[in-house]
Every structure is written in structure tokens, then in C-alpha cells.
Design a protein around this ligand. Structure first.
Ligand SMILES: Nc1ncnc2c1ncn2[C@@H]1O[C@H](COP(=O)(O)OP(=O)(O)O)[C@@H](O)[C@H]1O
Ligand SMILES: [Mg+2]
Length: 385
């Protein structure tokens, strides 16, 4: 009798430990459950959205060494939906169980200076940049990179927080004083035509699977719409996918990783940042792909086969941001063609991601601006004439 190659695969009923309890952890746990796994969520907030769909949770600070060790002992593998935990915390987890992606991947993606250095060494183009530790550094860097330029914290930024757009040399002192913690990074401003991203998964034995490039449109620095596939030239999309694969290999990824790109006026791709976890720009895969980004992550960390990241439909994903979008929830449910996803968050705060909707279209039939607005029904604001 031939046995399936189970040796390095996590068997059903095993427990996946997930650091972070937000919507990404929630959707990872749901994908894990479908493959027969339990999930144990570790998060500090008592009513984390992921707790509602997991078989166990630990409520503790990300730096609580005793709680981290106890959590690790209760799971079979550790993965992340939140990547900003300290090297010390990672070391505790790694002392007990396989940590996927590994500590080195998190270390690099937590720090914009290490991230940019890594990307450039992997032959991936980024915006020109300089490390900034003093106002003097900043003055010199502005002289080299020109203006406008974007000053950012190196750590803990998200949804455009921890950034300052410098328009004139007079902005330098204010921006430097305002942004903390130091050090900072100055990036040349990329006059991009569009933004996009690619998700790539890689298993413990080096197998990879890469999703189609998507286009991302932001509103108030928060992702608003994702278009899958990105309506870019085929060469642009292929170049971005090749870069994502190169990054996954060179960083020795085990798990899932998102790469955010700028697309310049010539169609060239410039990497912006990487995130070693499921990404908001991959939520469309839940409805448009046989294997979603969340299942791909679970498969990668559990050592299961990684199927090709196929897309059976074109898709548009729209985020539901508090409070206005969620006020439309009853109407969304009543609108044909909107596939609703609610994250189970109690508080409807401004700027908070509370859910998303996906619309599917036949392959190669993604509509234009007006068609998308029409399909979004109550959520569609027609583009300015
Ligand atoms: N160097 C840059 N040039 C032009 N726009 C930028 C630059 N850096 C960031 N942005 C804009 O700000 C957004 C958020 O920046 P990003 O570095 O991705 O930080 P976050 O961690 O907040 O997502 C980007 O998606 C892009 O729209
Ligand atoms: Mg970003």
C-alpha cells in the first residue's frame, strides 16, 4: 500500500499558533479549520476578532515571556498575522516550536532600513533612500535625494502612520521632531502611476506559489479598492511576480509574504515594502481563487503541498472602513453580487477596517471605473467627471 508523504506535514487536528488577533488572524483560523486544524490565537486585546473563530486563545502582552512560552508549548507551529514582535519574544517562541516565517524574515520586514538593504541586495529596485539619525543627516539627504521626499519611522508604521511628506527644506525640522522613535529613513518621492502588490507563498522544502499582481487604490492612506488582476501591462505583472519569487527565495521564506510595489510612468516596478503575512490586498483570493491567501499560508506553515495560485474569476475588493461603510451593512447584504465579509469587531471607529466586500467578474472582464462603481451599488462613488 502506498502511503501519502505525511512525514513533514502537520496532521489534521494539530494546532496552529497565530500571533495577533485581528481580521488577518481570524481569516487564517477559518482557513485552518477547513483543513482540519485547530488555531490558538495569542493577542493582548480581550475581544480580538480572531478569538471568535479559534479553538483557544491567550490574552497577554506580546513581550510577556512566560505567556509566550506557555502558548508555544500548546501549539505545533507558530505563525503570524502581526509581525511587530521583538527579537526576544521571537527567540522564546523559536526555542519551543518551529516559527514560520522564521525570526530573520520578521527582523528584516520590521525595519525599513534592513528591508531596503535586503531588497537592494536582492537586486530589487526601491525608491532611493538614506538612513537618518540627526537633523544634519536629514539636511544632507534632502540635498542628495531632492524634494518632495517622504520621511518615515523605520519601525511600526501602518496605513501611512509614522510618515511625513517633505515639500520644502523648511519642513525638515518639524518633520524630524515629530517622528519617533528614531532612527528615521528618508525616501525619494516616487511619482507613481499606480500601486500594486504580489503575494507569494513558500513551503519548508522550497516549493513556491505566486498570486497574480493586483492594483491597490488608497483613500486617506488606507487601502480602499483592490483590482485583480492589475490592469497593467503583462510584462509589468510578470516582473513583479518574478521579484516576489526572488525575494521569497533570498529571504528563505516559509509561509506567505506580500510585496507592495509602485509602478512608474514607464511601467517599471519599484518595491515599496514587504509584509511576511496575509495582506489586505489579498482578500479577494477568498472568493476568486480555489486556494486563498489564507489557505496558502496555512499550507506553507503546515508543510502541505502548495497548489498553483490560480484565479477562477476577476475580482474587485472594497474595504469597509468605519464608521460610514459599515452603516451600509444591511444594504450590502441586500445587494446582489456583493460577497460580504464582516470581521466581528464591536467598535465602529473612524478609519478602522471592519470588513470587506468582493465582487466577481468573468476572467478578463474586469470593468472600468464606472462599471466598478455601478457594481458596488451603495458603496460605489462614481469617479469625478
Ligand atoms: N517614497 C514614496 N513615494 C511616493 N509615495 C509613497 C512613498 N512611500 C510611501 N508612499 C505612499 O504612502 C503609502 C504608505 O506607505 P508605506 O511605506 O507602504 O507605509 P505603510 O506601512 O503605512 O503601509 C504608500 O502606499 C504610498 O501611497
Ligand atoms: Mg504599505
Amino acid at each position: 500500500m502506498r502511503r501519502p508523504p505525511m512525514a513533514n506535514m502537520l496532521p489534521p487536528l494539530a494546532t496552529i499558533g497565530i500571533i495577533g488577533g485581528g481580521q488577518l488572524g481570524r481569516m487564517t483560523a477559518m482557513a485552518a479549520a477547513r483543513l482540519g486544524y485547530r488555531s490558538h490565537i495569542f493577542a493582548p486585546e480581550p475581544d480580538s476578532p480572531a478569538f471568535q473563530v479559534a479553538s483557544a486563545h491567550s490574552i497577554a502582552d506580546y513581550e510577556d515571556e512566560i505567556a509566550l512560552a506557555r502558548f508555544a508549548e500548546q501549539v505545533d507551529v507558530v505563525t503570524f498575522e502581526f509581525e511587530n514582535i521583538s527579537a526576544e519574544a521571537l527567540a522564546i517562541l523559536a526555542a519551543h516550536r518551529p516559527v514560520r516565517p522564521g525570526p530573520n524574515v520578521l527582523r528584516i520586514s520590521q525595519d525599513r532600513l534592513l528591508e531596503k538593504t535586503f531588497l537592494n541586495n536582492a537586486d530589487v529596485q526601491t525608491a532611493p533612500w538614506r538612513a537618518i539619525t540627526s537633523l544634519d543627516d536629514l539636511t544632507h539627504a534632502i540635498a542628495k535625494l531632492g524634494l518632495p521626499a517622504v520621511l518615515k519611522t523605520t519601525r511600526l508604521g501602518y496605513d501611512g502612520k509614522g510618515q511625513f511628506l517633505l515639500r520644502s527644506p523648511a519642513d525638515a525640522a518639524t518633520a524630524f521632531a515629530q517622528l519617533n522613535p528614531k532612527p528615521l529613513i528618508l525616501e525619494g518621492f516616487v511619482d507613481f502611476a499606480a500601486e500594486g502588490s504580489v503575494l507569494v507563498a513558500r513551503g519548508p522544502a522550497g516549493a513556491t506559489s505566486v498570486f497574480d499582481m493586483v492594483e491597490n487604490r488608497h483613500r486617506d492612506h488606507i487601502l480602499d479598492l483592490t483590482l485583480a488582476p492589475a490592469p497593467f501591462a503583462p510584462e509589468t505583472r510578470a516582473a513583479a511576480q518574478a521579484m516576489a519569487l526572488r525575494i521569497a527565495e533570498q529571504i528563505d521564506l516559509v509561509g506567505l509574504l506580500a510585496v507592495e510595489f509602485f509602478i512608474d510612468r514607464n511601467g517599471s516596478v519599484i518595491a515599496n515594502e514587504i509584509a511576511p503575512r496575509p495582506h489586505n490586498s489579498g482578500h479577494w483570493t477568498l472568493d476568486a481563487c480555489p486556494v486563498s491567501q489564507f489557505e496558502m499560508q496555512v499550507r506553507a506553515v503546515a508543510g502541505l503541498p502548495l497548489p498553483p495560485a490560480r484565479r477562477h474569476a476577476d475580482a474587485v475588493m472594497k474595504n469597509l472602513i468605519g464608521p460610514d461603510d459599515m452603516a451600509l451593512w444591511p444594504t450590502i447584504l441586500a445587494t446582489d453580487g456583493l460577497i460580504p465579509h464582516h470581521y466581528g469587531k464591536r467598535e465602529n471607529r473612524p478609519g478602522r477596517k471592519l470588513g470587506h466586500v468582493t465582487m466577481l467578474f468573468p476572467r478578463n472582464a474586469l470593468p472600468g471605473e464606472f462599471g466598478i462603481a455601478a457594481a458596488l451599488g451603495p458603496l460605489g462613488t462614481p469617479p469625478e467627471p
